[in-house]
Design a protein around this ligand. Structure first.
Ligand code: 6PG
Length: 268
């Protein structure tokens, strides 16, 4: 699946959420067919809230049903803080989504960071990588973990996960999970999936909404100067496996390469 990233733009977030659900549902189905579970990595920011709106709406058909008990949720990036800290992506996902899943719909397996070693960000990253090794079979036999879906946000500076513009972490080729202790966005200590892991996923999707994203999306998609931004590097690495779910204000005046298919529910 080569080609270019797909772009899906919607007038309102209600429409975006509807199609995001269809897309996630298709990725889930593909994961279940492939290995009987759905392995997804999620970021923080506004994503958990959008995801909750998309996934907690009552399903209108069997096709749309989310099989939560088959989900394995990982974190694309996480801050090195306690799990009940206001900066924790786990805490955010829990309050926005996990706590609201009706018990009758099943319970996903969730994989937070190990908070026993918060004073050593490298160790937090190493332990998270070990967790992935166990979950994705041994590292000897698996060169890179293959998530069924990685869901990402796009920062106003073009960062994604905790991969920041110009940071040396963008060149990491060996680690699956890396520490960062000088994040330009607080808090400074975090862990993140590395770029090779992100772009190796079966599907990668960005969700970016609001007029505040317009300038950075223009840079990512149109300008030569944007090619080295982390979001653009994901586009470049994942190509046709990458999709962007945006609302109209986020892409006003941005020229995109045409999306070849009719929607995220069509075959790519
Ligand atoms: O840990 C983080 O800093 C977030 O995970 C971050 O990467 C976020 O995804 C983007 O900044 C987009 O944020 P919004 O979705 O709120 O625009």
């Amino acid at each position: 699946m080569d080609g270019q990233p797909h772009l899906y733009s919607f007038p309102t977030s209600t429409e975006l959420c509807k199609l995001l659900r269809t897309y996630v549902g298709r990725c889930e189905k593909a994961g279940l067919t492939r290995h009987g579970v759905f392995k997804i990595a999620v970021s923080g920011g506004s994503l958990p809230k959008t995801l909750a709106t998309a996934l907690l709406a009552p399903s209108t058909s069997e096709d749309e049903k989310i099989h939560w008990d088959k989900w394995e949720i990982f974190f694309a990036d996480e801050r090195a803080v306690a799990l009940d800290h206001a900066d924790s992506n786990y805490c955010l996902l829990k309050s926005e989504l996990l706590d609201k899943i009706p018990a009758s719909e099943g319970v996903p397996a969730v994989h937070p960071i190990d908070t026993d070693v918060l004073n050593d960000t490298q160790e937090v990253a190493d332990r998270y990588e070990q967790l992935l090794v166990k979950s994705f079979a041994s590292r000897d036999s698996v060169k890179l973990p293959i998530f069924d879906l990685v869901l990402l946000g796009c920062g106003p500076d073009g960062h994604t996960c905790s991969l920041f513009p110009g940071h040396e972490l963008l060149r990491e080729q060996n680690a699956w999970v890396a520490p960062i202790e000088d994040s330009p966005k607080p808090p400074p200590c975090r862990i993140t999936l590395t770029l090779p892991v992100v772009v190796h996923a079966v599907h990668i999707a960005f969700v970016a909404t609001g007029a505040g994203k317009k300038d950075i999306l223009k840079e990512i998609f149109e300008l030569e100067s944007g090619r080295s931004l982390p979001c653009a590097m994901v586009n470049e690495g994942a190509k046709g496996r990458c999709s962007w779910f945006v609302d109209d204000p986020a892409v006003e005046g941005v020229a995109f390469p045409p999306t070849p298919d009719s929607g995220p529910d069509s075959d790519e």
